[in-house]
Design a binder for this molecule. Structure first.
Ligand code: SF4
Length: 271
């Protein structure tokens, strides 16, 4: 029997009243994936385990800092693992794509190792006063583009400066080139944080926890360089022009397609 292949609908121009760094980054990775997710809003039928794992870890780390913010004692490992597991429950009903030799129990054991490493790190006990956790900030960073909407993982008032951190889990330690590639996220966030810095410098960093047998948490500072901020803004401006002109095309590659939730509509896409 022949199965009728129906192509996804052609996109209608969509009014964006805001855009996130995640959307910008998705467009850079694959413009067609951006179209499926942010223009057509196609439902996600599968989700990669690394995405669920990263989000669950984020929830646990967020909970840790929330307890510090409200003056409670540092939560113990079992409590953080409980938060991690609770996040997995919210994904019930979704088809999670696990990697080879991977399952939820194995990831749970990895979460145990990573959260221990996190708890023992200096990053877990920030110097200064916590001002925001998963703080939602919004504003026009690039003239002519929609507002940038950001959720900033951690903002700390260290007296003479404001510390802005983003937490990531990664397969291995980040190289300097990798930090440079991801730096635009924090450079854009720094523009949104400026008004609350009250003229003080904004120090940017990624805290990267490796998903290795012996996990390591490394803090990578990102120079808050004016020239790089302007370069990032021009990149966003050009991406926004491409989005507005409906310039969507597939950008296949092993890194992005393996974890893509839109493989089916991508195959059916007829241009
Ligand atoms: S499968 Fe690959 S090419 Fe197709 S939308 Fe996803 S990332 Fe893009």
């Amino acid at each position: 029997m022949t199965t009728l292949q129906i192509a996804p609908p052609r996109p209608q121009p969509k009014a964006f009243n805001h855009i996130s760094y995640s959307a910008i980054s998705t467009f850079q990775t694959c413009p067609l994936r951006f179209m499926f997710k942010y223009v057509l809003g196609l439902p996600v039928t599968t989700i990669s385990s690394s995405l669920v794992f990263g989000s669950a870890m984020h929830q646990a780390v967020q909970f840790h800092f929330e307890q510090l913010l409200i003056g409670r004692p540092t939560p113990d490992l079992d409590t953080l693992l409980g938060v991690y597991q609770d996040y997995w429950e919210t994904c019930d009903g979704q088809a999670v794509l696990f990697g080879a030799g991977e399952d939820r129990d194995a990831l749970g054991r990895m979460a145990d190792r990573l959260l221990r490493t996190f708890q023992q790190s200096q990053f877990a006990q920030p110097r200064g006063t916590i001002l925001g956790i998963e703080e939602e900030l919004r504003g026009q960073v690039v003239p002519g583009c929609p507002d940038l909407l950001a959720r900033v993982d951690l903002i700390v008032d260290a007296g003479s400066e404001l510390l802005v951190s983003d937490f990531k889990t990664a397969r291995c330690s980040w190289s300097d080139d990798k930090v440079d590639d991801i730096a635009p996220q924090l450079l854009l966030y720094s523009e949104l944080v400026k008004p609350i810095a009250d003229g003080r410098p904004v120090k940017l960093s990624f805290a990267v926890l490796t998903k290795t047998k012996l996990p390591v948490l490394t803090v990578h500072d990102v120079p808050n360089d004016h020239q790089q901020v302007e370069r990032t803004k021009r990149t966003v401006e050009n991406i926004w022009r491409a989005i507005q002109s409906g310039h969507f095309f597939p950008n296949p590659g092993p890194m992005q397609c393996g974890s893509c939730s839109y493989r089916e509509p991508c195959q059916r896409w007829a241009g």
